[in-house]
Design a protein. Structure first.
Length: 282
């Protein structure tokens, strides 16, 4: 893989629980690196990942991010309950123990308009599944497993997964998965629309995600940002009319049409050539 680029505007954060690599121009690969714990996250890991995605969000050189888990068994199996319940005096974990962006710095994040792709190489359980629901595109190995088992442990999926799940697949199906905590295959999740693509083996997930990332970075990073914002407006607004109005009236949309990338896109079309995009200033 290519080394760390030298033209970052902001320095990458130092990490202990995840690896940051740069497999292609403008692409950040975040690998949760706790394979002996099946990539379960302790509380410090959430804040580290929050810092990582804060950096990704503001670093102009990065256009697409991929998140995966290390090893051949798990993307992330959720909260490291054993670690936390032995380290916390009151033996409890509350929503206040997490960063505002939620589980893994992603599950409740609402301020990132750059694409985030999940490369699910194994178990995506509890908070791990909540993270995939917060990603824009999900690639899953054929034997990947998804589940929200919180109710079986006397807790709830409080980091954004429930609200996203019901919006994505509907009330009754969301209730079944959340009330039973049952295990779901990658095939079932693809049929539900929660997985974009299934690959044969765990090792194929990241390459497949990189292929999609390469298609994304052919396009204007400004237009991608505004497009993602428009999709999120549609998800969060009570009506299509309101979502369209918000996108049309947003400052980001207005700024799009005075950016260099907009002008370059028009020129390239007229000159019948591929555009040469610049880092987004939006």
């Amino acid at each position: 893989m290519p080394g760390i680029p030298t033209n970052f505007e902001f320095s990458p954060p130092k990490t202990k629980f995840c690896l940051l690599t740069f497999p292609a121009l403008h692409v950040l690969l975040v690998t949760i690196n706790r394979p002996k714990k099946l990539n379960a996250l302790n509380l410090p890991a959430h804040f580290e990942l929050d810092e990582v995605f804060n950096w990704y969000n503001r670093e102009p050189e990065l256009w697409v991010s991929i998140i995966t888990g290390s090893g051949d068994k798990a993307f992330c199996v959720g909260q490291d309950l054993k670690d936390e319940l032995t380290s916390k005096k009151d033996q409890t974990i509350s929503i206040d123990d997490f960063p505002p962006s939620g589980f893994g710095g992603l599950s409740r994040r609402v301020d990132c308009f750059k694409p985030v792709i999940a490369a699910v190489n194994g178990f995506a359980i509890g908070g791990g599944m909540e993270m995939t629901l917060a990603c824009d595109i999900v690639i899953a190995a054929k034997d990947a497993i998804f589940s929200l088992p919180e109710v079986s442990r006397g807790i709830i999926a409080v980091n954004g997964g429930l609200s996203r799940l019901v919006r994505f697949i509907g009330y009754q199906r969301a209730c079944e998965l959340a009330f039973t905590g049952r295990i779901c295959s990658a095939k079932e999740f693809k049929e539900l629309g929660l997985v974009n693509q299934i690959v044969p083996f765990y090792k194929d997930a990241v390459p497949a995600a990189l292929k999609i990332a390469s298609e994304i970075i052919k396009n204007s990073p400004d237009a991608i940002k505004v497009t993602k914002r428009g999709i999120l407006y549609s998800l969060e607004s009570p009506s299509l009319t309101e979502a369209e109005r918000k996108l049309f009236d947003s400052e980001m949309t207005k700024k799009l049409f005075i950016q260099d990338n907009f002008k370059e896109g028009v020129r390239a079309f007229k000159e019948k050539r591929q555009p040469k995009w610049k880092n987004s200033k939006l």
